[in-house]
Design a protein around this ligand. Sequence first.
Ligand code: PBG
Length: 330
Amino acid sequence: MQLTHRPRRLRRNPSIRSLVREATLSVDDFIYPMFVMEGENNRVEIPSMPEAYRFTLDLLVQEVTEIYALGIKAIALFPAVPEEKKDLTGSESFNPEGLAQQAVRAVKAAVPDMIIFTDVALDPFTTHGHDGIIDDNGVILNDETVEVLVKMAVSQAAAGTDFVSPSDMMDGRIGAIRQGLDANGFENVGILAYSAKYASAYYGPFRDALGSAPKSGDKKTYQMDPANSREAIKEVYLDIAEGADIVMVKPALAYLDIIAKIKDATNVPIAAYNVSGEYAMVKAAAQLGWIDEKKVMFETLLSMKRAGADIILSYHAKAVAQLLASGYRC
Ligand code: PBG
């Protein structure tokens, strides 16, 4: 054949392939989500998330020290709040001695350079499991909820968090939180906005981990419809205008098109949340011997970088860091 272009020339061997590779994965790309619980000297594996644990504060600090040595420089903290501390309005969320606030202080004391992202949403703190305050008919009250979210963000900032991460999808919360942080002298605390957060069934294992599943109804009046993409751009534009430093798409794998569209439409860093259900599917298929876990894990995470993500939140982060440190080439 007389072919001017033979694309296979650029695939001939690993050295050429590495020269023309467009996307890469590095330990620098990751934020490691971690679950915290009350108590001492204990960790509990989450049944639907093999090798992910809820840690008591002392063991959390140990684990953070270990992952920092592996090169992971950022974590996202999620507290598992005991039922008796939950109420209708999530008031435990802004307790200065709350579990998240204590965890921030403990991690910062032990590993000051670890960057901490704290979740801002009411669902782990409300008896009904919704991300907002509800009225007698179960309607989520937006503006009343935002007032509590601001208190929560400010209390996390006071504890020493680096970034607050509103994951609640109330309208106007980014601007209100930015103002609240600035008014309290926390102008250097950043905001990672869960901007395009979909009403997804992929969050199931996470809700098991925190016992935070809604007791009734679903989250479709605040989280986005999986059928929509233009709405994601609108949410991102609003959040950037209100002061978001980083925007996020969540889940990641079923929403790679959204990541790509936001990449084209904005100039802020984009985070992708490789959520609990995505993690659980890989782990389950690997346990059954149906897929090659390492290869599928790297291919999945690489697809998020290729789509345009700058940052990936993933429960795989520690395994990735260990494999890369041991010289594994993905
Ligand atoms: C809380 C929150 C959720 C997740 C992150 N923050 C659950 C939800 O919105 O129901 C899900 C993360 C995951 O599935 O890994 N608002």
